[in-house]
Ligand binder design. Structure first.
Ligand SMILES: [Zn+2]
Ligand SMILES: [Zn+2]
Length: 247
């Protein structure tokens, strides 16, 4: 039952969702905007999981993302569809990301608060090692070819979903608040809330991305569960942010 192509595809999609969840909760709402904090124990688990799922170095992701907020859709934005065109951001986001992530001046300027530690130097800065461990685990579960299929589905889905936040999220959708980003509820449902990108640019320090009536932010449900378990603390009172936006 487990070693069927459908099971491998489903596992790949589930892992892409897990990677997207860790990206929005930890990298985005937590590290980039300090909208929430996580306990050291949970942080350690997420650090290992993100390394095996994506190979991303958190300080680089944070630097690229903060630069996007500092230069939204103008010169200096690492991945603006307004400047580069929709297709280039949607389909080559990883290339655009890498170029800026490897720029030490950008990382030093925008992620000064996240210097590399001994664990980074020994382990987590070696993206290929983390990704290889992830693939080996999938091969152990599914066998060689189905394990590689699950890894490929995960990689493509994760890259496309997270590129869509930058590409779709600055092209199509509604703009309830005055900024260049857009809200797309359908995208938010498959990106753990990130599709409510217009809301996010209006209130970047809110741990909750759903601000209007009827909006759904699945990432926020997870944040609330983490808070209830005593593993997270929301630093920014979104009620107050909503009041400010409504004023
Ligand atoms: Zn944006
Ligand atoms: Zn942001």
């Amino acid at each position: 039952m487990l070693r069927t192509p459908w099971a491998a595809v489903l596992a790949g999609l589930a892992l892409a969702q897990l990677g997207t969840l860790i990206t929005t909760v930890w990298l985005h709402r937590g590290l980039s905007h300090r909208a929430m904090t996580l306990t050291p124990g949970v942080t350690r688990v997420l650090r290992v999981a993100l390394w095996m799922l994506t190979g991303i170095r958190p300080r680089q992701w944070v630097a690229v993302h903060r630069r996007h907020h500092a230069h939204t859709d103008v010169e200096g934005d690492p991945h603006s569809p307004v400047l580069l065109g929709f297709a280039r951001v949607q389909f080559t986001n990883a290339v655009l990301y890498r170029r800026v992530a490897r720029d030490e001046v950008t990382v030093r300027r925008y992620a000064r608060d996240l210097p590399a530690d001994g664990w980074d130097r020994a382990l987590f800065d070696h993206a290929l090692v983390g990704l290889a461990i992830g693939v080996v685990l999938l091969v152990l579960v599914f066998g060689l070819w189905l394990g590689l299929l699950a890894a490929a589905v995960h990689a493509v889905a994760y890259l496309m979903l997270n590129a869509a936040v930058n590409a779709v999220g600055h092209t199509w959708g509604s703009r309830p608040h005055e900024n260049l980003a857009t809200n797309s509820q359908w995208l938010a449902l498959v990106t753990c809330g990130e599709g409510l990108h217009n809301n996010h640019h209006a209130a970047p320090t809110s741990a909750r991305l759903a601000l209007g009536r009827g909006e759904i932010d699945p990432g926020w449900w997870v944040v609330r569960l983490l808070v209830r378990a005593g593993w997270a603390e929301v630093r920014h009172d979104d009620e107050r942010i909503r009041d400010r936006l409504a004023a």
